[in-house]
Design a binder for this molecule. Structure first.
Ligand code: KG4
Ligand code: ZN
Length: 356
């Protein structure tokens, strides 16, 4: 079964074809980063317009890349939510119209389920059950995963998501949009112990997160330093690197502590890290050594599938379409859910072996 996946929830247009026997056949992506960088953040109206421009040309290049035609497709999965309503609408209408025209099923997929199942695209995919730390720009969730759709949220951020905290702190340091990867890049030259920053909520039980106090503490430290700045550019670059490294370390420390609690709570042996922030090298290294120490297995998506992409939507949709799920294409619904709690998803179990 060949499933086309379509992602358009924010500022990336991603398409991919996943085969339930052969695995990922191909994927294409257009990032709008350059367009939104001018404004320091995503402009929803521009995002929607750009998705519309990209979808058909991207589909054509994906079909060319995979040597397939639309007649080879058995279903279309698209991101139904959560995300920007207008951006979601473009992918939803494109996918549903395509499926309607081809007479094949279409299915709206939860964006975070896509992130959560992205490690399934790898050769060494995790078996169920596992704990998943989902760290993206919009969400920070610790999830007990017992199967496709079997998600119990153990903890979540009560304010900023981890990626959001990276982005806001980076913006305040004067780094370009999107801030997370830029902050991580300058942190490489810094000393993570240089600037004292809090580890929020570690003194309290539970698995929830809070990053807004940490972000504010970094801003306060930066303002104090700037107030005494004497114009030495090299000293400024060194300070920014130290602050970035200390901030990154504080986020990673906090995430790891809660992962340990989730692993001990569930008794599972497998820890999956996914979402945009899972591209962070310090986080990956620290998770790997944590898991080695406890004799747990660590899993991550490939870097290309940490941030938004069509492949994760294709693989999540493939599990569900194969199990018989599909949208009603003539019910007049818009096919989008900008707000959509993860726990509302139905469990389908694992219906095919990972192709790997
Ligand atoms: O999953 P994603 O592409 O979008 C959402 O679903 O939100 O995640 C994007 C987030 C952004 O906040 C971005 O700054 C962050 O992931 N990010 C990183 C890194 N790469 C992406 N944060 C820290 N270090 C990175 N290397
Ligand atoms: Zn995402």
């Amino acid at each position: 079964m060949k499933i086309l996946g379509c992602e358009s929830s924010c500022d990336e247009t991603g398409l991919a074809i996943f085969d339930t026997k052969a695995g990922l056949l191909g994927h294409v992506l257009h990032s709008q980063v350059d367009e939104h960088a001018l404004y320091g953040g995503v402009v929803p109206e521009l995002a929607s317009r750009d998705h519309i421009k990209r979808l058909v040309p991207l589909l054509n290049s994906l079909l060319e890349q995979t040597n397939l035609t639309t007649a080879d497709l058995d279903g279309v999965a698209y991101t139904q939510g959560p995300g920007l309503a207008g951006a979601l609408l473009t992918g939803a209408q494109f996918s549903r119209s395509l499926a309607f025209g081809l007479g094949i099923p279409a299915l709206g997929v939860h964006h975070m389920e896509g992130h959560l199942l992205a490690p399934m695209l790898e050769d060494s995919a995790p078996e169920f059950p596992f704990v998943c730390l989902l760290v993206s720009g919009g969400h920070t969730l610790l999830v007990d995963v017992t199967g496709v759709g079997g998600y119990q949220v153990l903890g979540e951020s009560i304010d900023d998501a981890a990626g959001e905290a990276f982005d806001k702190t980076a913006k305040m340091l004067g780094l370009p949009y999107p801030g997370g990867p830029h902050l991580a890049a300058i942190a490489k030259n810094g000393n993570p112990k240089a600037v004292p920053l809090p580890r929020p909520m570690l003194d309290r039980p539970g698995m929830d997160f809070s990053f807004s106090g940490l972000k504010t503490a970094a801003i306060v430290q930066h303002r104090q330093w700037e107030a005494q700045y004497l114009g030495d550019e090299a000293a400024r670059a060194a300070w920014l690197s130290d602050l970035a490294a200390s901030f990154e370390e504080a986020v990673v420390d906090t995430l790891l502590k809660k992962c340990v609690r989730a692993m001990e709570h569930t008794g599972y042996q497998r820890l999956v890290i996914s979402g945009g922030v899972s591209a962070n090298q310090v986080l990956r290294e620290r998770v790997s050594s944590l898991c080695a120490k406890h004799d747990w297995q660590a899993f991550y998506p490939a870097l290309a599938f940490c941030t938004d992409n069509g492949a994760m939507i294709a693989v999540a949709g493939a599990h569900r379409i194969k199990a018989g799920q599909h949208d009603d294409l003539v019910d007049g619904s818009l096919g989008v859910r900008p707000r959509w709690p993860l726990h509302e998803l139905s469990k389908v179990g694992k219906v095919f072996e990972n192709a790997g």
